[in-house]
Write a protein that binds this ligand. Structure first.
Ligand SMILES: Cc1cc2nc3c(=O)[nH]c(=O)nc-3n(C[C@H](O)[C@H](O)[C@H](O)COP(=O)(O)O)c2cc1C
Length: 199
């Protein structure tokens, strides 16, 4: 499977990034090809109304890369910090650049960190976004909090075994959903069409 992880925190160090990296390692260990699209590295333009998106994507290499990677992916992980009981603006901006063509009939795993208090609320908001894109969100999600991490060499790492196990369950469910949905003609057709348009 080709899996695209979109890391939606600009923090450095970032607990969300640590969750995204743990998901990447877990999925890679299971034999999947994983692409980590870290929004700290890729500066995306603001999403603009339909019709103008093509000119933006042509002028932004990062955006082109995101759209191509999303079109090629069989499955996704969306990772976000908790911001005001919801998910981050940069993740919203990234998702607003993408469409049903990249997501229809594909599964999305959801994870995020809430600092002192973990919260699933942002993940529920992301579930609604996934539905709008005709993607299928996993039922297993990961909502961590500060205590679940330790700072090592200036970067957070997950040190709560329960979170590590939960990430494993989420990744396994994501891969199982992807396997089930992979044959969907809708997904294959739309992704190929979109990749061709951007070539
Ligand atoms: C603008 C902003 C809003 C936040 N709102 C919440 C919140 O509503 N609830 C909460 O538990 N934490 C909130 N936090 C704390 C972050 O969720 C927390 O620091 C998290 O660890 C950040 O993730 P990161 O380490 O990946 O950047 C907020 C932080 C910021 C910067």
């Amino acid at each position: 499977m080709e899996i695209l992880i979109i890391q939606g925190s600009l923090g450095n160090p970032s607990r969300t990034a640590a969750l995204a990296e743990l998901s990447a390692r877990t999925l890679a260990r299971e034999g999947h090809r994983v692409r980590l699209f870290d929004l700290r590295v890729h500066d995306l333009p603001w999403a603009v109304p339909y019709g103008e998106e093509e000119s933006w994507s042509r002028s932004s290499p990062s955006l082109r890369e995101l759209i191509r990677a999303a079109a090629a992916a069989d499955a996704f992980v969306w990772a976000s910090p908790v911001y005001h009981n919801s998910y981050s603006g940069v993740l919203k901006c990234a998702l607003d650049h993408l469409t049903e063509r990249e997501f229809r009939d594909k599964p999305v795993a959801l994870c995020g960190d809430g600092g002192r208090r973990g919260s699933e609320q942002p993940l529920e908001h992301l579930r609604t976004v996934a539905r709008s894109l005709h993607a299928c969100a996993t039922s297993v999600v990961v909502a961590s909090r500060a205590d679940d991490f330790t700072l090592k060499d200036g970067q957070y790492v997950v040190t709560n075994q329960e979170i590590t196990v939960r990430v494993g369950e989420m990744c396994r469910q994501l891969a199982a959903f992807a396997e089930l949905l992979r044959g969907s003609a809708g997904a294959v057709l739309r992704s190929a069409q979109r990749a061709e348009e951007l070539a």
